[in-house]
Design a protein around this ligand. Sequence first.
Ligand SMILES: NC(=O)C1=CN([C@@H]2O[C@H](COP(=O)(O)OP(=O)(O)OC[C@H]3O[C@@H](n4cnc5c(N)ncnc54)[C@H](OP(=O)(O)O)[C@@H]3O)[C@@H](O)[C@H]2O)C=CC1
Ligand SMILES: O=C(O)CCC(=O)C(=O)O
Length: 527
Amino acid sequence: MPITGENLIGAATRRGAGETFRAVEAATGNSLEPAFASATPTDVERACALAAEAFDSYRETSLEDRARFLEAVADAIVAIGDELIVRCMAESGLPRARLEGERGRTVGQLKMFAGVVRDGGFLEARIDPAQPDRKPLPRPDLRLRQIAVGPVAVFGASNFPLAFSVAGGDTASALAAGCPVVAKAHPAHPGTSELVGRAVQAAVKECGLPEGVFSLLMDSGIAVGQALVADPRIAAVGFTGSRRGGVALMQAAAARTQPIPVYAEMSSINPVVLLPAALEARGRDIGRAFVGSLTLGSGQFCTNPGLILAVESAGLDGFLQAASAALRETQAATMLTPGIHKAYCAGVAALEANPAVTTLAQGLAGGTHQGQAALFSTTAQAFLADHSLAEEVFGAASLVVRCPDLAAIRAVLERLEGQLTAAVHLDEGDHDAARALLPVLERRVGRILVNGFGTGVEVGHAMVHGGPYPATSDGRTTSVGSLAIHRFLRPVSYQDLPEALLPAALRDGNPLKLWRRQDGKLVAPGA
Ligand SMILES: NC(=O)C1=CN([C@@H]2O[C@H](COP(=O)(O)OP(=O)(O)OC[C@H]3O[C@@H](n4cnc5c(N)ncnc54)[C@H](OP(=O)(O)O)[C@@H]3O)[C@@H](O)[C@H]2O)C=CC1
Ligand SMILES: O=C(O)CCC(=O)C(=O)O
C-alpha cells in the first residue's frame, strides 16, 4: 500500500494545504519519504461534519454489524502485512518482535470489543415497568439504555504506535460504543498512521457504513488538535501522552461553550514497594527482573517502574547490587523521537546534578538517539523534601528511595500524586505490612499488582489502566480493557414511550436477547 502523505477524510483522501513535514527515522534522525501535509481548518471542518452526519446512523447499527466492522478493521490491519511493521520500525525505532506483538495486541483489542458489542451488556438495559395502580401515585413505565456520546477525537500516542494510536484502544472503544472517530496522527509515526488509517477506511467501505465513521488528520504541530477539541461536534477526547499536552487539551475542552470530557492518560512513575521478607528471600532475583521491566522499550512505557521504595537492609543491598550489575550490561536503545531522547537526557542530568541523589549505575552508552539506562538512589527524607524527585523521567531511569522503616514508605506513598500502577513484592511474612499499605495504594493508583511489574498491560475485562490525576484526567475509568467503552456512553431514560417507538434493546419480548435489569433484578435473555 503506497504511503501518500494525505489526510483521510471520510471516504476521500485529500492532500493537506498546511505546513509539510516528513517522518524521521528514529535510529538515524534522517527524514523519510513521503512529505506529509498538515490538515487545514477546512479539513478539520469537513471531517467533523462527516462524523456528525454519520453519528445517528452509525450508533444505531445492529450489534452484529458493528461487531463485524470491528473485526473487519482488525483483518484489514493484519492484511497490510510486513509493510506496516517495517515502516513502524523505521519511524519508532522499536524492534520487530515488539511491534509484531503490539500489532497482535491491537488486533486482539478490536476483536475483544467486537465480543463486547455482540454481548450487548454495555447497553445496560433496565426496565421499571409501569405500575398504574400504585398508591399514592402511579409509576410511569421507565426504560434506560446507554447511547454513544457523539464523535470522538483520538490522539495517537508516540510510544505505542499501534496499540495506543490510530486504531488503538481509544478508537476501538469509541467505535464499539457507536461513536464516529476523528483521529489526529502523531507526527512521530505518520506513515504508520496512514497505513492503519487506510485499513480502517477500507473496513468502513467494506461494511457499507457511512463514510464519516472515521477520518484521520495529519499535523506537524498542535493547531489541528486544538481545532478538533474546540469543534462543537466533537463530544469527547481520548489522549495518551505528556502531562503538558493532556492538560492543554483538558483546558481547551473546558473552555468550550459546551465543555466535553477529555480522557487523557498522562504521567506516572509507578511506585514499586519491596517488602522486607521478599527482599531478604530473593532481593537479587527481584533486582534482575526489575531491570528487565525498566529497560523494556527503552523505558518508554507509562507503566515503567520509575520509583522503588524499600527499608534499608541486607536484602535491599542485594537487590541494588543485582539491579546495578544487570543495568551496567544493558545496551542503550533507540528512543522514539529526538525530542523524547532530549527530554530523557535532561531528566537524567537533573537527577545527576541533585546533591541528594546518588548515581548507582548506568547502562552501556549508545549512539546519538539512544537512551542510556540509569539507576539512582536517595533517602526518604530527601524525597519528601524535593517535589522534583517525583516527576516522571520518560525513559529507562528509576529512583530508589531508601527508607528507615515501613512508616517512611507509607509517608512517601501518601505524598505521591495519582499513579497508573503500584507493584508490591512480598512473601507471606509481609502480609501484615502489605495489608496496612493497601488502603493508601487504593487511593493513589488504578492497578495494584503483586510480585511483578506494571509494564505489559493485559487487555481484558477486569483491567484498569487508569488512576487518579495526573495519571489520568479521570480516575473513574480506564483506557485499556472492555470497561473503556463506558467513557463514550451516556444513559438515556425513556418514560412511557409506546412500544413502537422504543429502541430494540428495551422492547417487550427482548428481541436483542440481552441480559436486562427488570425492576432492579438482572434477568437472563429468554427468562
Ligand atoms: N506517560 C506516558 O504514557 C507518555 C508520556 N509521554 C511524555 O510526553 C513527552 C513528549 O512525547 P509526545 O508523545 O510527543 O507527547 P505529547 O503529549 O507532546 O503529544 C501527544 C499528542 O498530542 C498533541 N499535543 C500535544 N500538546 C498539544 C496541545 N497543546 N494542543 C493540541 N495537541 C497537542 C501532539 O501533537 P504534536 O506532536 O503535533 O505537537 C501529539 O499528537 C515525552 O518526552 C514524555 O515525557 C509521551 C508518551 C507517553
Ligand atoms: O505497559 C503497557 O502495556 C502499556 C503502557 C502504556 O499504556 C503506555 O506506555 O502508554
